[in-house]
Design a protein around this ligand. Structure first.
Ligand code: NAD
Ligand code: GLY
Length: 358
């Protein structure tokens, strides 16, 4: 089995990769010497495909399994759903020796992780991501949380998983649109963290679209390695980890302006990256051919590259609501050529919103 380690001292953990490894989850958890009871948090969509193999594997390894079903969807990433998880943990008698398995996409992972971080002041958890976005991004790095009615991901803590189990076979059931949306975060790593990876993605875009197993596994693995390196350097986003927000300033504005319902997160990130690429060129950090390559790769992966037609002031208001905006300025992530980044505080709205109609 292929694996890599996220090195964070006593919070270090392994990410294990392999087609079909879901059925060995129980023995992997045993190796970690995790305790007797486990709550498997999942939703009805994922449950119908993957709960049974996960349950059977954990039971065969001697764990007492408590499935916890939460509703599917970003609009359920809330305090109310969190209470349902706590209820099930309390009713199931899970104690400080117990652990949680997050089986699903980023919504399940963020919420189950937050429940693990807070239940009994913190119990271990294992990430079993089943969307591409979760496999390359949200399951690694320990950001957990829920939404608040006044904004996305406003409530949360850092709580690193004890293990991440990535089985790309689970992506076989993932709808095309969700798959492509996850691909936007894959492109992000190439654009700001690794030029050779960007070249690889460009060369293999057709096979990625066709979900070629080897190429896809390689792209997932490299994405995780690049993210792990960033997290190891700056676990709590004191500075460097902000590079992972490439494309996200405009993405969050697009999501907010469209009521979080029109575009998937990765689609908004793709638009935001195309915008960031154009601004990086305008700032003198990238050449026109870099911009063309970034936008070209996104387009070849069937991702959108133009912002929706809101006015400059609407974008400005939406960005001002972003939790990452401080003192009227935005820590904007520019691509420095391809494969590197520059994070710079920008308070010149005229520059950020250039070419957007007033
Ligand atoms: P999601 O969890 O809503 O999953 C998307 C859809 O796919 C859901 O309907 C889900 O039920 C379904 N699904 C999941 N696995 C499936 C499978 N194998 N087959 C068929 N359907 C499947 O969305 P997402 O894109 O995975 O995650 C988005 C969330 O992740 C957001 O809440 C975002 O804030 C969060 N996020 C967190 C981090 C982090 O670092 N913690 C990073 C990026 C995003
Ligand atoms: N998804 C951004 C981060 O984990 O920091």
């Amino acid at each position: 089995m292929d694996e890599l380690t996220v090195r964070l001292g006593e919070r270090s953990y392994r990410i294990r990769f392999g087609s079909g490894i879901l059925s060995t989850l129980g023995s992997m958890c045993r190796e970690l010497e995790l305790g007797g009871k486990v709550a498997v948090v999942t939703n009805p969509t994922v449950e119908k495909y993957y709960l049974e193999p996960v349950r059977a594997s954990l039971a065969a390894a001697g764990f007492e399994v408590h499935p916890v079903e939460i509703p599917d969807g970003e609009n359920h990433k809330s305090g109310r759903t969190l209470d349902r998880i706590y209820d099930a943990l309390i009713e199931g008698g899970l104690n400080r020796q117990s652990f949680i398995v997050a089986l699903g996409g980023g919504v399940v992972g963020d919420m189950a992780g937050y429940a693990a971080a807070t239940y009994l002041r913190g119990i271990p958890f294992v990430q079993v991501p089943t969307t591409l976005l979760a496999q390359v991004d949200s399951s690694v790095g320990g950001k957990t949380g829920i939404n608040h009615p006044l904004g996305k991901n406003l409530i949360g803590v850092f709580h690193q998983p004890r293990l991440v189990v990535i089985d790309p076979k689970t992506l076989d059931t993932l709808p095309e649109r969700e798959y492509l949306s996850g691909m936007a975060e894959v492109v992000k790593y190439g654009a700001v963290c690794g030029a050779p990876f960007f070249d690889f993605l460009t060369a293999e875009s057709s096979r990625l679209l066709a979900r070629d197993k080897d190429i896809l596994l390689s792209a997932i693995r490299t994405s995780c390695a690049l993210k792990a390196a960033v997290v190891e350097r700056d676990e709590r986003e004191g500075g460097h980890r902000a590079v992972l927000n490439y494309g996200h300033t405009f993405a969050h504005a697009v999501e907010s302006l469209t009521g979080y319902s029109k575009y998937l997160h990765g689609e908004a990130v793709a638009m935001g990256m195309a915008r960031a690429a154009r601004l990086s060129e305008a700032r003198g950090y990238a050449r026109p051919e870099d911009t063309e390559r970034i936008i070209g790769l996104l387009a070849s992966l069937r991702l959108p590259t133009e912002l929706p037609a809101f006015q400059a002031d609407e974008y400005r208001q939406a960005m001002l609501r972003d939790k990452k905006v401080r003192d009227g300025g935005i820590n904007f992530v520019f691509n420095n050529g391809i494969g590197d980044s520059i994070v710079e505080k920008v308070s010149d709205w005229g520059f950020l919103l250039r070419d957007i109609p007033r």
